[in-house]
Design a protein around this ligand. Structure first.
Ligand code: ADQ
Length: 477
């Protein structure tokens, strides 16, 4: 397993978020190696990995230099790939040096991973930080099965082509045997990009040929550890934070939003929609509280600093204009909350407000549903632009840009009869019980191990220095 962040177990720290815990669960079954960035920046990073062991999982991590961090992570990954993949061309920052840094770090990481690999290893690379990693490994002669999963959306070609080194990035996908996305729409967008740029031709549905090599492409919607969440929510009544929050609400209804502080999550539009709801439904004044729990992220990226200020101002301004001496309509907190407490907060909420402007999947939507009380479930209001909208058909789907429609959805959810809430919840829960994160891992890995041997042989003849993966020595033009 390769991912940018690696949850190396440290004494005194609790486990990281849902996905990493789940991936860890998947690795535990088979045993394996988890490789990536340590999360540390140091002056002179070593190219030797720091290795540690926990059960049958070996963790191998590298530190980054400040320059690598600035160019690869805070730069190209988060100021070019992230905004383009979230359809935000207005926020894209294109800098030659950052592009170079991105390819350089991928090259360094491939070289450090190389001595740890065995011929039969199956390699699963995660997310936009490491698109060129497989190409770098092929250049070093590796013929292993390599799969890639993108956790964020892939946009249509008119948007995607704003990426610097667009064609070379697309070509880099040709070094993988399987490329997975959250939704059929993302997979389709990606395939159209390949065809339009004349980089890949469709052999049959879900299979493209890129430079003589077959690449399978498909949708693998990620799930959550549903049963663990159900149990955590059922036990959360004892949680101190949950109890204090309940007491502080009195008999008011609760609307909850839980997101990393990111412009893709639509927080500005969401607060506006809540404000519009209160103004157009005055009977709900002082009868409902909206809690938005939003840890800061990527604070060293300028676009995030600006947004953090704007959202805080907007929440304050909304409270100033709508609130009462004894009622704070929006409780906006920049904190991380443990998963047990989070499950309890979801469960006591009448509405889960999940309205990203664009999201690969959105696990919060799934966690909210899993945490509900079966005999009196809350209502999920979900953006149609979240990958989760492809699966969670029992949600009220909204266009997050349409403030009045979102406000109307809040009013509808708060007035929804119990029978309709149960029906909607049941259909979503059935889906969550089948498509768990474990099923997702198995589905992806079994598709990867089904890649034909003939296809694997194709790597053998084409991975030479001057062959098809040309962008190792310098970043592409
Ligand atoms: P994210 O953009 O981080 O993930 P999301 O899928 O919602 O978004 O996952 C966030 C996770 O962090 C959830 O497990 C949530 O519980 C947790 N979290 C958020 N705020 C928290 C808080 N205040 N305290 C504690 N935990 C908090 C990226 C993509 C998504 C995709 C995932 C997985 O952007 O589209 O669903 O990867 O592929």
């Amino acid at each position: 397993m390769v991912s940018n962040r690696v949850p190396v177990p440290k004494e005194g720290t609790s486990k990281a978020g849902g996905l990493t815990v789940a991936l860890e669960g998947a690795l535990k079954q088979s045993g394996g190696l988890w490789f990536g960035w340590s999360g540390e920046t140091v002056e002179n990073p070593s190219d030797q990995t720091k290795v540690s062991q926990a059960g049958n999982i070996t963790f191998a991590v590298l530190d980054l230099s400040q320059q690598d961090y600035d160019e690869y992570y805070a730069g190209f990954a988060n100021r070019a790939l992230w905004p383009v993949c979230h359809y935000r061309l207005d926020l894209v920052q294109i800098e030659r040096q950052e592009l170079d840094g991105y390819f350089r770090v991928n090259r360094t990481f491939a070289a450090s991973l190389a001595p740890l690999l065995q011929p039969e290893d199956v390699i699963w690379v995660h997310d936009y930080h490491f698109i060129p990693l497989a190409a770098e490994l092929r250049r070093l002669g590796f013929k292993n099965r390599i799969g890639f999963f993108l956790h964020i959306p892939w946009p249509p070609s008119d948007v995607a082509s704003a990426l610097p080194a667009y064609q070379q990035l697309l070509q880099g996908f040709g070094a993988y045997d399987l490329v997975g996305f959250h939704t059929p729409q993302d997979a389709e967008n990606f395939q159209r990009c390949l065809v339009r740029e004349n980089i890949g031709s469709e052999i049959r549905t879900g299979e493209h040929e890129i430079d003589g090599h077959k690449v399978r492409i498909g949708a693998f919607p990620v799930g959550i550890d549903t049963e663990t969440f159900v149990r955590a929510a059922a036990n959360a009544e004892r949680n101190a934070l949950v109890r204090r929050t309940k007491a502080s609400l009195g008999d008011r209804d609760l609307i909850i939003g839980v997101d990393r502080l990111d412009y893709s999550k639509g927080l500005k539009q969401r607060i506006e929609a809540f404000s519009c709801f209160i103004k157009s439904n005055p009977d709900f004044r002082n009868r409902v509280t909206y809690i938005q729990i939003t840890p800061k992220s990527r604070s060293d990226v300028p676009e995030y600093q600006r947004m953090q200020r704007e959202i805080a101002e907007q929440a304050g301004w909304t409270n100033g204009s709508l609130g009462e001496v004894d009622w704070t309509p929006v409780r906006y907190v920049n904190r991380t909350v443990g998963h047990a407490a989070l499950a309890g907060l979801y469960r006591m909420s009448q509405i889960g407000l999940v309205t990203p402007l664009r999201d690969g999947m959105n696990l919060v939507a799934k966690e909210f549903v899993a945490a509900q009380q079966p005999d009196d479930p809350g209502v999920l209001i979900l953006s149609r632009f979240a990958g989760a909208a492809h699966e969670l058909d029992g949600a009220i789907l909204v266009n997050p840009y349409d403030t009045e429609a979102c406000a109307a959805a809040i009013a509808r959810a708060l007035r929804m009869p119990l029978e309709e809430r149960r029906e909607r919840w049941d259909s979503m829960m059935t889906r969550l019980r089948t498509n768990t994160v474990e099923a997702w891992c198995q589905h992806f890995l079994s598709s990867l191990s089904n890649v034909s041997n003939e296809s694997m042989e194709a790597h053998a003849s084409t991975n030479t220095e001057n062959g098809r993966y040309p962008f190792s020595e310098a970043a592409p033009a």
